[in-house]
Design a protein around this ligand. Structure first.
Ligand code: AMP
Length: 280
């Protein structure tokens, strides 16, 4: 069932809660793939009611980014989400979520939103935390599901939930990959045939970094170099960042002694892809 208004969704969920049902929320920007479906399936197992939001959120895109061209297909999404176990697909308009007089933002300050994607996309995370706060307020889920694919997003949202004392359990699900290792993403549809071939290097480079760590290299800067060199073997790849940070604080690390996030962002033409691995 597709619901497009906040009031209709609230009515539906009110009735479900009166029957004592628990609610799981899976926020997405749509154009669903198996990565999204893995989150929906996880939510299906753990909740009585599963709400999938399908909303291309304008405030998390920078001025020269792909908001206008981001792929959209709500009918296809509704079928895929329902087959994976969703009860409701919440698909509001931009005006429904952001009435013209809306002027409130929710922002997690500090290093955690300034590093990695926060450095290349300075307004991105406040768009994410604002829209996810709205979705949390509208749906009031018991549990909310996010992918490790966007590991920084999960870390930032965890911080927001803790700082604002939100009574929501955040569940992070593993990265789902294509058979050659490329992390699934709605943006993979932008890649040319040659770019798509070379894009496997993100996963290969992160694997090379993790392998070197397991063989004894504990210096973060040396591992960053190994990962960067591997990516640079691909002529069409242009590195945005390669970094290794403490996880989930995203504080800098030099010698790896506990869990870290190795994260990369690489551009192929106009398409920017991200990937990561956690180890240590
Ligand atoms: P998006 O529609 O790209 O905003 O993603 C919606 C949710 O799906 C986010 O929590 C993402 O981290 C998650 N997600 C996207 N791609 C994948 C993937 N390949 N594996 C697992 N989760 C993913």
């Amino acid at each position: 069932m597709i619901i497009t208004t906040i009031s209709e969704l609230r009515n539906y969920l009110h009735n479900q809660r009166l029957q004592g049902k628990t609610v799981g929320l899976v926020p997405t920007m749509g154009y669903l793939h198996d990565g999204h479906l893995s989150l929906i399936r996880a939510a299906r197992k753990e909740n009585n009611v599963v709400v999938v939001s399908d909303f291309v959120n304008p405030t998390q895109f920078g001025p020269n980014e792909d908001f206008a061209t981001y792929p959209r297909d709500i009918e296809r999404d509704a079928k895929l989400a329902t087959d994976a176990g969703a009860d409701v697909i919440f698909h509001p308009s931009v005006e429904e979520m952001y009435p013209t007089d809306s002027s409130t933002i929710v922002e997690v300050e500090g290093n955690i939103t300034k590093v990695l994607c926060g450095a290349s996309r300075p307004t991105h995370f406040k768009g994410v935390t604002t829209v996810v706060s709205m979705l949390f307020n509208i749906v009031q889920p018991d549990k909310a599901y996010f992918g490790q694919k966007d590991a920084q997003q999960a870390a930032v949202l965890m911080k927001m939930i803790n700082d604002l004392h939100m009574n929501i359990e955040l569940i992070t699900c593993p990265i789902v990959r294509e058979s050659d290792g490329l992390a699934m993403s709605s943006r993979n549809t932008y890649l040319s045939v040659e770019e798509r071939k070379q894009a496997v290097v993100l996963n290969q480079a992160l694997k090379a970094g993790k392998d070197a760590f397991e063989k004894g290299e504990k210096e973060a800067s040396k591992l960053v170099k190994i990962i960067s060199n591997k990516i640079n073997e691909m002529p069409l790849a242009e590195i945005d960042y390669v970094n290794i940070l403490d996880f989930p604080s995203l504080a800098p690390v030099s010698k790896i002694e506990k869990e870290v996030l190795a994260a990369v962002a690489v551009k192929f033409g106009k398409t920017r892809l991200i990937d990561n691995v956690i180890f240590g």
